[in-house]
Design a protein around this ligand. Sequence first.
Ligand SMILES: [Cu+2]
Length: 286
Amino acid sequence: MKRTRIGLFAPLVVALLLVAVEPAMAQSVTERMISNLNTSLLYVAIPITILVEVILIYTVIRFRNNDDPQPTRENRRLEITWTITTAIILLFVGLASFVVLANPYVSLVPDASGGQAQAQQQAQADVLINQSGATAPPPDSDAVEVEVISYQWGWTFHYPEAGVNASTLAVPNGTDAYFHITSTDVIHAVHVPELGLKQDAVPGEYNTIKTKPTEPGSYQLYCAEFCGSGHSGMLANMTVMPQGEYQQWLSQQEAAGGNASAGGNASAGGNTSNSSAMSAAPAKPA
Ligand SMILES: [Cu+2]
């Protein structure tokens, strides 16, 4: 009996030890939330897996020579225990997932009330390709907005406030960044795995995602939707810079003539290439 109890409690001890280990530092708020959720769900799944396997192996070995097996008799206490335990586990999994999935850093939901609607209109006026669906930051925020335009096969990053186009996606560290994602031809998808970002780029509409980078550095941006023969080469560089460096970079882009007709119609589709990370891409008609 004592041995069985130790066998049952061992998985719990393992789980507690796992909880004590801090997860690795994340590169953005979004990435931290997603990987924390993944880790917490793993803490629940590992002890359950160990418990089930231990009971299974024990049963196989213990009763392997049983020539006269008896049917299981009703055990109300046991049935109530596993029903309640399962309910608690499922409730935890559901709540933990909901808290992360409903967060604006993971799923940004448009807010059409009051000042937000005005900011929405402003955001709509400044973008390069005038389409609906962009979710603007709140009016008083210092968030950076970037219009991410995908095409076969490359990316143009348009900065509405400065009116410049760039071939690299630069954002300041520690500041909210809104990416209004769209496409000029077929469906593409923005994917920056290290920052936990992924969103479809659909022609004729904007999908906005929001994040806050927490670690300066250079990250790979991929197209995550098969879009033709050039798909595998549809890469770009995303650079997270300290605030001062970002302002300097933006002025450089303006000086280099990263031209863009703000509020104009579809003049997107820059001549971007991944290697020319720091140079502005000239806009050409799509
Ligand atoms: Cu693509």
